[in-house]
Design a protein around this ligand. Structure first.
Ligand code: FEO
Length: 398
């Protein structure tokens, strides 16, 4: 018996959970697993929307057979996204159903050819094109760079389901509950923001363009390739992705530091305390040497205030802080207040190189950096207090 779930009449979730893989894209921790969602529309023509990862192929093919039986074939495979977490079962699918037509756009087919060498049985669609399956009429929206150049979305006009690819997706496996009304969203919200910020956030402006392209489409179900299917309150996930892609943040601060012998960490704790005394409740203090980059990016996407501290290391900043700041420059989130601090033993370098970062990123510095030689003294803590108050003033500004 294979576990498939009816989404709407003749529309089935045939996704899989992955709790084995440690790192998504060999980069991002999957401590809570992930789901790869694929959908099957069982109409006069049978259509699949995306597949699953390579290692789940057998389970996936069994799920298809459990819905359509052993005698029927698959007519169309709609490829909204070619990244291998969704396209990993394509070769097995084509070998099992040799007449299946792969539906995608010009850019999809370039990647299909690069990965699988297929040049035949391709069905090209452009933005606004439609495909009639019988009862279900599909319409395609070209939404490039959410998250690769070929990405598109498929809208079932009959059931008003948006098959959205990575957009509106989340880390976290589907542990029994598939739909938004079957889960506790408190768990998924953080995993969803982490997915957005780690994977899609760099392309936030393209997410906004996708929203514009979808316009006022009547979306009653959001069916992403990862995480819950939204049938009860799709506006919730649409509005979260809208907010995050506009860099709208919560009132709060993340203090991220790199400390060798505890001096910089003391400054982090003192600054956090002084911010708390101003009534700010959302404060996270993160040791960059211990906290995975994935969670640091997530915190930055969540909070308006970012305070960075580093000990000097070989006349630069601590390597984990360097990794973090380079990543920030690369994904370039906007709309933050920034504060800097650090310590050194000989000639400095941590705060100096953090200052270079501040010049490269378009965030508003709230106070002069605090740079301390050796163990922080009273004057150093006064500097931290000034920084904390300047950050709190900005955050509490009406
Ligand atoms: Fe879920 Fe961009 O792959």
């Amino acid at each position: 018996m294979h576990h498939t779930v009816k989404v709407k009449e003749n529309v089935h979730w045939i996704g899989v959970n992955d709790r084995k893989t440690h790192l998504f894209e060999n980069l991002w921790p999957l401590d809570n697993g992930i789901s790869y969602n694929s959908y099957l529309i069982d109409d006069e023509k049978v259509a699949l929307i995306d597949t699953v990862n390579y290692s789940s192929t057998e389970e996936y093919l069994d799920k298809i057979r459990s819905v359509i039986g052993g005698d029927r074939s698959v007519d169309y495979l709609i490829v909204n996204h070619m990244e291998p977490d969704h396209s990993g079962a394509i070769r097995a699918l084509v070998e099992t159903y040799p007449n299946v037509r792969i539906v995608g756009n010009v850019k999809t087919f370039k990647i299909v050819e690069a990965y699988y060498g297929y040049k035949d049985n391709l069905y090209e669609v452009k933005n606004g094109d439609e495909l009639d399956l019988g009862q279900h009429k599909l319409k395609f929206f070209s939404t490039p760079w959410v998250h690769w150049p070929e990405t598109m979305m498929t809208y079932d006009q009959s059931e008003k389901i948006l098959f959205s690819g990575d957009a509106f997706g989340s880390f976290g496996s589907l542990d029994g509950g598939i739909f938004d009304d079957e889960i506790n969203f408190n768990f998924y919200e953080d995993e969803m923001r982490r997915y957005f910020s780690n994977i899609v956030g760099k392309y936030s402006n393209m997410v906004q363009k996708a929203f514009k392209k979808l316009g006022d489409l009547d979306i009653q179900v959001v069916a992403s390739t990862h995480g819950p299917v939204w049938r009860n309150n799709p506006e919730k996930v649409l509005s979260l992705y809208d907010r995050w892609s506009k860099f709208e943040t919560e009132t709060g601060v993340v203090i991220i530091f790199g400390s060798m012998y505890g001096n910089t960490e003391k400054m982090a704790d003192y600054t956090a305390r002084k911010i708390a005394e101003r009534g700010i409740k959302n404060i996270r203090v993160r040791d960059a040497s211990k906290t995975h980059l994935s969670h640091l990016i997530n915190d930055v996407w969540r909070f308006k205030g970012v305070i960075l501290g580093s000990a000097a290391y070989n006349a630069g900043m601590m390597p984990p802080m360097e990794h973090f700041t380079k990543t920030m420059e690369h994904i370039n989130p906007k709309n933050h207040y920034l504060g800097l601090f650090g310590s050194y033993s000989w000639t400095g370098g941590g705060v100096k190189t953090l200052n270079n970062f501040a010049e490269n990123i378009d965030w508003e510095m709230v106070a002069d950096p605090v740079d301390v030689k050796g163990v922080p003294d009273e004057e150093a803590f006064k500097g931290c207090e000034t920084l904390a108050n300047a950050m709190a003033d900005k955050l509490l500004e009406k």
